[in-house]
Design a protein around this ligand. Structure first.
Ligand code: ZN
Length: 309
């Protein structure tokens, strides 16, 4: 499948758990942008967002579409009455929020592209980042939560609902007594063991101040390696792009963080899957996003531009 996007000017919304990023433009080099705190009143932040998009439209000319990459869980089934909703989130105030419907009401003539925040980020990397030329890759974010999206055969991963790889269950690392932070999975899932809040709870120290020799990094990178190995076994991606704030890894440093994960993935897979990508070329297989923290908002631009085609 060959994906296509228009080059026209569009609006973009990256709806995150702590902030909304909005942009208007045509590509990563041509974006006007602004941020609003997510808060606990959806109608308030969505009004700020749509008012700003309207103002930009008056300055830059008519928008041709709007793309939304949202935290979830979200309903992506276009036949469902709750299509475009944030559904069962534990985030206060946001349960059953019709986010795409709100934007559609304000811009009734415009096509709207709607997907998860991580699928949007994957799409950004596909057009402008480390996913260029790849029809099979996974984008992971490790921050406030853990999520993953990506492409298989050029199609964004959707399926029954959408993947929730952050809640895959992982084997316990020997010696780890941390109880985890996921309220659903009792210390057994990836997000519960490895998200930013998990790292903070495990060590009692902010990730940015966590000493490089602290054992929390050992556990963090080991669980990430288990999860990446599982993803490799299930989806056979040609690359794994690892974004989100935890990848910056404070005093440990991003380079060392990625190096530890790559080494541990090789140990976990133990030579079973034979590909140069997993042996001598592993430094090009598990990589940070080329767009950095802008993968999501750039992807929302692409979602909008694909919605025009
Ligand atoms: Zn969980």
């Amino acid at each position: 499948m060959i994906r296509q996007r228009s080059e026209k000017i569009v609006g973009a919304i990256e709806a995150g758990g702590t902030k909304f990023v909005c942009a208007v433009g045509t590509n990563p080099q041509d974006l006007n942008r602004i941020e609003f705190p997510t808060g606990d009143r959806p109608a308030h932040v969505l009004s700020e967002v749509t008012n700003w998009l309207g103002e930009q439209q008056r300055r830059r000319g008519r928008l041709q579409a709007i793309g939304i990459g949202s935290f979830g869980p979200v309903d992506l089934n276009s036949n469902s009455p709750s299509y475009g909703f944030i559904t069962s989130t534990p985030k206060p105030g946001w349960r059953n929020t019709d986010i795409a419907g709100f934007v559609h009401q304000k811009f009734p003539d415009l096509p709207i592209g709607f997907d998860t925040d991580v699928n949007a980020a994957a799409l950004g990397e596909y057009y402008w980042g480390n996913g260029i030329g790849l029809e099979d890759f996974v984008y992971i974010t490790i921050g406030t939560g853990i999520g993953a999206g990506g492409l298989v055969g050029g199609h964004l991963l959707h399926g029954l609902v959408h993947p929730e790889m952050g809640h895959m269950l992982l084997p316990r690392v020997p010696g780890d007594t941390f109880e985890g932070v996921c309220p659903f999975h009792d210390g057994a899932c990836w997000e519960g063991l490895c998200s930013g809040p998990a790292l903070m709870n495990r060590s009692g120290i902010l990730a940015s101040n966590l000493p490089s020799e602290h054992e929390a990094w050992k556990f963090e990178t080991q669980y990430i390696a288990y999860a990446v190995a599982n993803i490799v076994c299930i989806l056979s991606p040609r690359r794994v792009i690892l974004g989100g704030s935890v990848r910056k890894a404070g005093l440990l440093g991003s380079d060392r963080f990625f190096q530890m994960i790559r080494e541990k993935v090789q140990i976990v897979l133990n030579g079973y899957i034979v590909s140069p990508a997993l042996s001598e070329d592993i430094s090009g297989f598990i990589v940070p996003p080329l767009l950095g923290d802008d993968a999501g908002i750039c992807g929302a631009i692409a979602l909008a531009q694909e919605a025009i085609i």
